[in-house]
Design a protein around this ligand. Structure first.
Ligand code: CR1
Length: 832
């Protein structure tokens, strides 16, 4: 590429090349320039938002210079790239992360102070980029950070939703959803109006006979929508590597209006068509771990997958290589089944457009894809109705049928006469209407399938995907335990702790190699270090206490034990068990004498999380939490011994100040239901202990940090089936403490009992699917142990320090390295 441009021209350009600011003064100059010219403001009308914008634009320039270098270096290197397809990227805020990854935060903070602002205030101006629901989307964001930090050539592909996850307001104790229109000012994206792809829906399939006598399928006559690329730079930590996240936005493809309609006076209908096209990327579906199956969602999936594949194939074709080399140049990772149509779309491109033989094409496809499963919950496994797909994507349905036919034929050859097996593994489920099992299609079309924690990866092999392990052999199935980026979740979220650790270890290197944390082990008993450590925890708790006071009016004592459960509200995550436990604690306190009360450890129970708008039970759980908090917090008898707080609108930036402020966090899902969990990792990394079940990554955390530093309770995954069976067939007696709690709710202590009838029924007569009653006694007993342990401050500090020292395994860098080596076969590219 370089040699195609004459040297003099090249040199002239180089002499004018944009340079990165590197000193405080250069930074200040850039900020003022952006405020005065890009934003048309001045010293006299520069508020915090304008100052934030100026700083963000200055850093954006820096990112884009590195982004350009990186894209060039990766193109020249001509190595394999990985494409991470995810419908969700829960990025949170960008400015702080960009400053820290570029290691310019203190320079910038000094510069901004001189210009009359405080960096913390400016950071607070930024709107979260909330293009995800929960763990799955945040994992994708952590992975992008690690891919760039480790210099891997990688692109993310997603949708540019105009509305991210809704904002949650609590009104009269109930959740109310408010749209999240977040694009007013977003300096972190670059529209690429020149990069567009036409995407078709509906239409029909025609057959032709080609010159070589082969049957060709042509999909035509449908409605066309245009995808426009928006690029988001992803900076690595302490490296110039800045990768790309490409988000697609939808718009009508035939220009602004249908002029025929417009001219004939049908203005409204022409605007409606335009809006219809824009609707595709308008809104993120707000469901975590639940599949709703709406047509618009399928449209989103195909729109995004087709645009991304077109882009990937276009890039590959520029290299001029033979198709057979595609899997050596391209790895595509499917983040859950949402992008599974990519398998079908690539097969369609290769067969219908590039005229490869079916088998040759299928061979390429199945060497290219990897599929990550994130859940075993039946209600979250995607199934699309055949009539829906037939109508929206007629050619894709034919290809799915063919994939299924050839697959079933191969199964039949290996396992003759096993008709049950064929029915079990068929991509098509014979319900009425028939449905397509997307997970099966993803398995059949991928080279590797992985779960996200050891227990989860074992469970998928022995339960939902058992037959496929038989058919493909065990090597196709593997585990990559999730991780979190220590840059955001330690260095950025908890700057004081990060600085203390750096001081002790002698450098910041642990942010690149988290296993270096084990150097803290030898200070775990050092009283002076323990004190410094706990002082930071206390200050983080004070900051949270202040926030709680300001936003809810509730006064909490920062000396109390802060017990936090923040995550999406879901019955399997068992926030209902937590609040039942709080009620039980309240009832015990009420029964105590003054002298007994004086011996109790004061608690603050903090909850946060969104309920899917259509998930009535989850909304009822929120209502019970707010109802209990109204009663308990106003009971002067109880005072500081127990406070209950619901934090409104839990999101990434709130997680960043909640994680450092916990003494104890709750990860208490019914065993076998939480695939991994990632906030468990964040809380421990920030020096908090956890109470949890033997589920997901809790098990591996226990293995790393040691059993006596975690409060485990409850039944094991292997017990669950029998327990559920017992509930279904007659077991009715309830745990006595739980019975007392239910009675209290039914007495009306927490307001209108009818509101909570469904919640009570679920544990009392309703089959107790999530085994709250079965685990309740051990849950309460374990909380007693927590109280006892918290009284011994030095031993508590020792546990926290020892735990942090053993958290090296849970960096997303380790996870990404495992993907790169075992699944993608990917090598880093160094950027000069
Ligand atoms: C799981 O519930 C896991 C994340 C990321 C979620 C959670 O335990 O940590 O994925 N699964 O792997 C999910 O959203 C659709 O499935």
């Amino acid at each position: 590429i370089e040699s195609s441009i004459p040297a003099p021209l090249r040199n002239l350009w180089k002499s004018f090349a944009a340079a990165e600011f590197s000193s405080k003064e250069e930074f200040q100059k850039e900020v003022v320039r952006h405020i005065e010219t890009t934003l048309a403001r001045s010293l006299y009308n520069c508020d915090e938002l304008a100052a934030y914008s100026g700083v963000a634009l200055a850093f954006r320039d820096r990112l884009i210079i590195d982004w350009n270098k990186t894209q060039q270096a990766q193109t020249f290197a001509d190595q394999k790239r990985v494409y991470y397809l995810s419908l969700e990227f829960l990025m949170g805020r960008t400015l702080d992360n960009a400053m820290l990854n570029q290691r310019m935060k203190s320079t910038a903070a000094d510069g901004i102070r001189e210009l009359g602002f405080r960096m913390e205030d400016l950071i607070d101006q930024e709107h979260d980029a909330a293009l995800g629901n929960g763990g799955l989307g945040r994992l994708a964001a952590c992975f992008l950070d690690s891919l760039a930090s480790l210099n891997y050539p990688a692109w993310g592909y997603g949708l540019r939703y105009r509305y991210g996850i809704f904002k949650q307001e609590i009104i009269d104790g109930f959740q109310v959803e408010v749209p999240d229109y977040w694009l007013d000012f977003n300096p972190w994206e670059f529209p690429r109006y020149d990069i567009t792809v036409d995407i078709m829906f509906y239409g029909y399939v025609n057959k032709y006979t080609g010159e070589d006598g082969r049957t060709l399928h042509v999909w035509e006559g449908g409605e066309v929508v245009q995808a426009v690329a928006y690029d988001v730079p992803i900076p690595g930590y302490a490296t110039p590597t800045t990768n790309n996240l490409r988000l697609w936005s939808s718009k009508p493809s035939t220009g602004e209006f249908d002029f025929q309609k417009f001219n004939s006076g049908d203005y409204e209908s022409s605007v409606r068509d335009q809006q219809r096209a824009e609707t595709i990327s308008a809104v993120l579906y707000p469901n975590d771990n639940i599949d709703v199956g709406k047509e618009l969602r399928l449209k989103q999936q195909y729109f995004w997958v087709a645009a991304s594949l077109y882009d990937i194939v276009r890039r590959f074709k520029k290299s001029g290589r033979a198709w057979s080399e595609f899997p050596e140049q391209v790895a595509i990772q499917l983040n859950d089944t949402h992008p599974t149509l990519a398998i079908v779309e690539l097969q369609r491109i290769l067969v219908d457009k590039e005229h490869l033989d079916w088998d040759e094409a299928w061979n390429i496809v199945t060497q290219t894809f990897g599929y990550t499963n994130h859940t075993v919950l039946p209600e979250a496994l995607e199934k699309w109705s055949v009539p829906l797909v037939q109508n929206l994507l007629p050619r894709h349905l034919q290809i799915i049928y063919d994939i299924n036919l050839f697959f079933l034929q191969s199964v039949e050859r290996r396992f003759p006469k096993d008709r049950d097996l064929l029915a079990r593994v068929s991509i098509i489920e014979e319900t009425n209407p028939q449905v397509i099992r997307m997970a099966y299609l993803a398995i059949i079309g991928s080279k590797k399938v992985n779960g996200v924690a050891e227990l989860h990866s074992d469970l998928i092999k022995t339960t939902i995907f058992k037959d496929f392990v038989n058919i493909f052999g065990p090597d196709k199935f593997t585990n990559v335990t999730n991780g979190v980026t220590p840059r955001r979740w330690l260095h950025q979220a908890n700057p004081k702790l990060s600085a203390l650790i750096a001081e002790k270890l002698g450098s910041n290197d642990f942010l690149k190699d988290l296993t270096l944390l084990n150097g803290l082990e030898k200070y775990a008993d050092d009283k002076d270090f323990q004190e410094k450590w706990m002082k930071i925890k206390f200050e983080n708790k004070q900051r949270l206490a202040k926030y709680i006071k300001e936003t809810t009016g509730i006064s909490v004592n920062p000396e109390a034990l802060f017990d936090i459960q923040v995550k999406r509200i879901h019955e399997y995550k068992r926030q209902q068990m937590n609040i039942f436990g709080v009620i039980s604690r309240y009832l015990s306190l009420k029964k105590m004498t003054k002298a007994e009360r004086a011996k109790q450890v004061p608690r603050v129970s903090i909850f946060g999380g969104k309920a899917a708008p259509g998930y009535w039970m989850a909304k009822t759980i929120i209502r019970l939490i707010t109802a209990v908090s109204e009663v308990v917090n106003n009971d002067t008898d109880i005072g500081d011994l127990l406070k209950v707080v619901f934090i409104e609108d839990y999101n990434v930036s709130k997680a960043e100040f909640l994680c450092p402020a916990s003494d104890l966090s709750e990860h208490i899902s019914t065993a076998g239901t939480e695939a991994s969990g990632t906030s468990n990792m964040k809380f421990v990394l920030n020096g908090g202990l956890i109470i949890g079940t033997c589920d997901g990554a809790n098990i591996e955390i226990t293995r790393e940090i040691g059993e006596d530093r975690i409060f485990l309770f409850g039944h094991l995954a292997e017990d669950v089936e029998d327990l559920r069976h017992a509930h279904r067939y007659g077991k009715t007696e309830m745990d006595p403490a739980l019975r007392e709690v239910c009675d209290e709710i039914e007495k009306g202590t927490f307001g209108d009992r009818n509101i909570f009838a469904g919640l009570i029924h679920a544990v009392n007569g309703g089959g107790d699917y999530y085994l709250v009653s079965d685990d309740f006694a051990s849950y309460l007993a374990t909380h007693k142990l927590v109280d006892e342990a918290f009284k011994d401050k030095s031993s508590w500090a020792n546990k926290c320090i020892m735990s942090v020292s053993a958290m090296g395994f849970f960096t997303s860098d380790r996870a990404i390295q495992e993907y790169a080596e075992n699944i993608w076969n990917l090598e880093p590219v160094l950027v000069q």
